[in-house]
Design a protein around this ligand. Structure first.
Ligand SMILES: Cc1ncc(COP(=O)(O)O)c(C=O)c1O
Length: 382
């Protein structure tokens, strides 16, 4: 057993709730009192706060991070015959949205050290997609585990080919690159407020960020069933994709403590990086210009089951994101892949695992010391 009285949580939402419960209760009660459960005043208020926080000129909330991706692709007119380039090593939603609008998800490899999309692999995929008769339309740069993707390199390649850049910031809300907050980069950015995300609500939620007023206008219409000048005027095919007023009220309370939480996540990541080492494992690389929201602290090792078994036996939970790359998933294995191969996506799925990551670990130094001593024992004969 570890040395704590309370078991270590992988993500501790209960501790967070406890710390702000009174304010949450008041915020929820206010919504119950006014009764505007759909698109109530808190939704607009929260969107303004998101704009202020990210530096994006427009923030539009929606039902979840998957719909957020779909809303952008619909607004951009992505359709059958279009290729949407996506990293294979990501959550399924990144591929699901292009497939849902009838486009072709085109799988690209990631970099081994940052886990994010590889610009060279993307470049090759553009050539490959034209050979297949597809039109290169959008690249989705996923900020995996909270670290911003190399947006400048990706944008330079994409814009030279008239390809739009969509940042999937589902895991990176709060992160930044060269002083630019996630939400202000790319041609549009999406995020998720799924409970386990860095900023999570108590259900599903998501948002789109854009600096383009025409896109914002379209996305606003599409999220409301293709609404025109009023509710029963429907000018295009849309979705029913709104953030519940209660979730907006909850998220505003959580946003107040979010900057402190981000710092605490960063402190934990720094301590892991400073004190954990093992000849058989590689710790995550944070690019010098990046501030990560540390959705996950993810380690690579050729001895994954050994590490996990040892940690589990000492009460430290771990998780694997993601055990199978998307191009090998049954639902997606018929979509095209880059001709230079998906070596890193395959390798990472076989070697990564993540340690507990949240801002409510009561004694960080003890927690990290505990894991460091478990690491020392990994692989030693008993
Ligand atoms: C990279 C990525 N994209 C998209 C999503 C979809 O978000 P949601 O679960 O809110 O639909 C997730 C959620 O886990 C994600 O991790």
């Amino acid at each position: 057993m570890n040395e704590y009285s309370a078991p270590t949580q992988f993500i501790d939402l209960a501790a967070q709730q406890k710390s702000i419960r009174d304010n949450l209760d008041k915020a929820i009660a206010k919504v119950l009192d006014h009764g505007q459960y759909i698109m109530g005043p808190e939704v607009k208020e929260f969107e303004v706060k998101l704009q202020e926080f990210t530096g994006s000129s427009r923030a539009l909330t929606c039902a979840n991070g998957t719909d957020a991706l779909t809303l952008v692709l619909m607004a951009w007119g992505v359709e059958p015959g279009d290729a949407v380039f996506i990293p294979s090593f990501t959550y399924v939603a990144t591929a699901e949205s292009p497939a849902l609008v009838g486009a072709t998800p085109f799988f690209v490899d990631v970099l081994e050290d940052t886990f994010n999309i590889d610009p060279q692999s993307f470049k090759q995929a553009i050539i490959d997609c034209r050979t297949l008769g597809l039109k290169p339309k959008v690249v989705v740069a996923v900020d995996l585990f909270g670290q911003p993707a190399n947006i400048d390199a990706i944008t330079a390649i994409a814009h030279a080919e008239k390809i739009k850049v969509l940042v999937d910031g589902a895991q990176s809300f709060g992160a930044s690159s060269k002083g630019r907050r996630v939400g202000s980069m790319g041609d549009a950015t999406t995020t998720s407020f799924f409970p386990a995300k860095p900023l999570g609500c108590y259900g599903d939620g998501g948002a789109v960020f854009t600096n383009n007023d025409a896109d914002a206008h379209l996305i606003d219409s599409i999220r409301l069933h293709g609404r025109g000048h009023e509710k029963y005027d429907n000018v295009r095919i849309g979705l029913n994709s709104r953030l519940d007023t209660i979730q907006a009220a909850i998220l505003m309370e959580k946003l107040k403590i979010f900057p402190i939480e981000l710092d605490d996540r960063a402190k934990l990541a720094q301590e892991y990086t400073r004190h954990l080492s093992h000849p058989d494992c590689v710790l995550p690389l944070l690019e010098p210009d990046n501030f990560s929201s540390w959705a996950q602290y993810t380690i690579k090792t050729s001895f994954r089951e050994g590490f996990r078994a040892e940690l589990t036996s000492k009460g430290i939970p771990t998780a694997i994101y993601y055990p199978k790359p998307l191009h090998l998933q049954k639902g997606y294995n018929t979509y095209p892949t880059v001709s230079s191969g998906l070596v890193n996506s395959n390798k990472l799925s076989d070697s990564v695992f993540s340690l507990p990551m949240h801002p409510y670990i009561s004694d960080i130094s003890m927690h990290v010391k505990n894991i460091a001593s478990i690491f020392n024992d990994v692989g030693k004969p008993k």
